[in-house]
Design a protein. Structure first.
Lengths: 322, 175
């Protein structure tokens, strides 16, 4: 019986997340459209509301092409690795008090583990397609993920030190319901580092070098078509949501808000996550792409020293104030 | 019962993927097999209640070190298979030696005895969470070995920097 309830919960979460992914693309196209003084999708449904569903059906029925020289097994497995890793990390996110599938003690580390696993999907896709563009995309992604994962992990160490736990639910509870309790204030340096590393981890503009359209066609996903290409897209959008959730949980006080919404407890969580998503899209509509050496310089010479300094500073403050 | 089955599954997968990793022709496929192996090793740590070690196993080994291996494989890009001269010329002699090593390793198994019970029985570890128990032990009882390990790593990092730095004559002249 217990197993059945968990299965139903998983199914509900899966359905909600898939809907979220579909409408996140709509959200993005509309916002970028309006920022560039266009309308965005308008044709299907009222103001293009059914556009994501039409896109989904279209990509589902498209022909699935596997290049002749590709390494077939790896080529097919790569998008699945990406999506599975991202979906698995959803299991430990607390959306509201008690609204979590697996309340484990190493929640934060689990998220890191899964995000590093999802980079394998990108790397293998680049290698297995057997094409220059995808290969370069894969290599770039590999270097980027290694560099920025270090910065991101170190930036969250400050949060771990302040809260004294790796359990995501407890991290939110330690921050409490008050505005000043949010870790963004004592950990402002960490938040800065985390935010930039988050953009780089999800391969978003201005760090979208692995899929730089103007130079690498579509980077690691160039040889993919139909549903497999759509799976990469889903993984990217779930990845954005997971990163936004980590930011919300660790820095913005999770599901706590100015007042409680009893009908829908995760209300404030969703609001904060969507605020993050909006900033993601805002940045995409505004900034140009960094050069590759600039990306590496920012990662190794700015973010990692800042994050390390933040750990030392937090340690001192914690030691003196107790 | 479930733990036992899970252990059997992990053990079989570790041995199987380990064998595949050394026998597969394509080096990238071998690395992938090692990746699966690391995940099942993390599974074994979970059975032992060491969730922190399991997470670190995946983050460090699967997430960082294997990616670096892949990086090297991609950059080197071996087109032809590397053929080496046999170390032991006779194939049968090699088989006898390897079977002998295998048998002697298995024969060592009965010598395995459980260690003394320390301050941290299983219940205490679960109550305090594995991460906290590990941290407390490492930073109090074993602080000296921990610092030595840190020093060795620091020396390795500096050594790596010195080896990787190429001071070409032109740059020296400029400076």
């Amino acid at each position: 019986m217990h197993v059945l309830i968990i299965l139903i919960e998983i199914l509900v979460l899966f359905a909600v997340i898939m809907l979220h992914v579909a409408y996140a693309t709509y959200f993005e196209r509309k916002i970028i459209g309006h920022m560039q003084v266009r309308m965005g999708p308008m044709r299907i449904g009222w103001h293009g509301l059914l556009q994501p569903i039409a896109d989904g059906i279209k990509s589902f029925f498209k022909e699935d092409i596997v290049p002749e020289q590709a390494d077939v097994v790896t080529f097919r497995a790569a998008p699945i690795i990406c999506l599975t890793a991202m979906l698995t990390s959803l299991a430990v996110l607390p959306f509201a008090k008690g609204w979590v599938l697996a309340n484990i003690n190493i929640g934060l580390l689990f998220l890191f583990a899964m995000s590093s696993l999802s980079s394998y999907g990108v790397i293998l896709a680049g290698w297995a397609s057997n094409s220059k563009y995808t290969f370069l995309g894969g290599l770039r992604s590999m270097a980027q993920v290694i560099s920025y994962e270090v910065a991101m992990g170190l930036s969250l160490v400050g949060v771990m030190m302040l809260s004294g736990t790796l359990n995501l639910t407890k991290i939110v509870e330690v921050q409490g319901g008050s505005f000043g309790g949010m870790y963004i204030f004592p950990q402002i340096i960490a938040f800065f580092v985390f935010f930039i590393a988050m953009l780089a981890e999800t391969n978003r503009v201005p760090f979208d070098l692995p899929e730089a359209e103007t130079e690498l066609v579509s980077g690691y996903a160039t040889e993919y078509s139909g549903m497999r290409y759509a799976i990469f897209f889903m993984a990217e959008y779930i990845g954005m949501m997971v990163m936004a959730s980590i930011g919300t949980i660790c820095f913005l006080g999770g599901w706590n808000g100015p007042f409680e919404v009893t009908i829908f407890p995760p209300f404030w969580f969703v609001v904060k996550v969507y605020a993050f998503m909006f900033v993601f899209i805002w940045i995409r509509a505004t900034l140009p792409r960094y050069r590759y050496d600039q990306l590496m310089t920012i990662g190794w010479k700015l973010l990692i020293p800042l994050a390390l300094g933040n750990i030392v500073l937090t340690g001192f403050i914690k030691a003196f104030t107790g | 019962m479930f733990t036992y089955l899970f252990f059997l599954y992990c053990a079989v997968m570790i041995v199987g993927t380990g064998l595949l990793a050394v026998t597969m022709r394509n080096p990238v496929h071998s690395v992938l097999m090692v990746l699966i192996l690391f995940f099942h090793m993390a599974g074994l740590y979970l059975i032992l209640g060491a969730e922190f070690i399991a997470a670190v196993q995946i983050i460090v080994y699967a997430g960082a070190i294997l990616v670096l291996y892949l990086f090297v494989l991609f950059l080197v890009s071996l087109r032809d298979e590397v053929k080496m001269d046999r170390f032991v010329t006779s194939a049968w002699l090699g088989r006898i030696i390897s079977v002998g090593i295998g048998v002697s390793l298995i024969a060592m198994l009965p010598a395995f005895i459980l260690g003394q019970k320390g301050h941290w029985p299983m219940d205490a570890v679960i109550k305090a969470t594995n991460t906290k128990a590990l941290g407390i032990e490492m930073y109090t009882t074993y602080i000296f070995p921990f610092e030595i390990a840190g020093l060795i790593l620091l020396i390795a990092v500096i050594g790596g920097l010195v080896l990787a730095r190429h001071d070409t004559p032109t740059t020296i002249e400029k400076s």
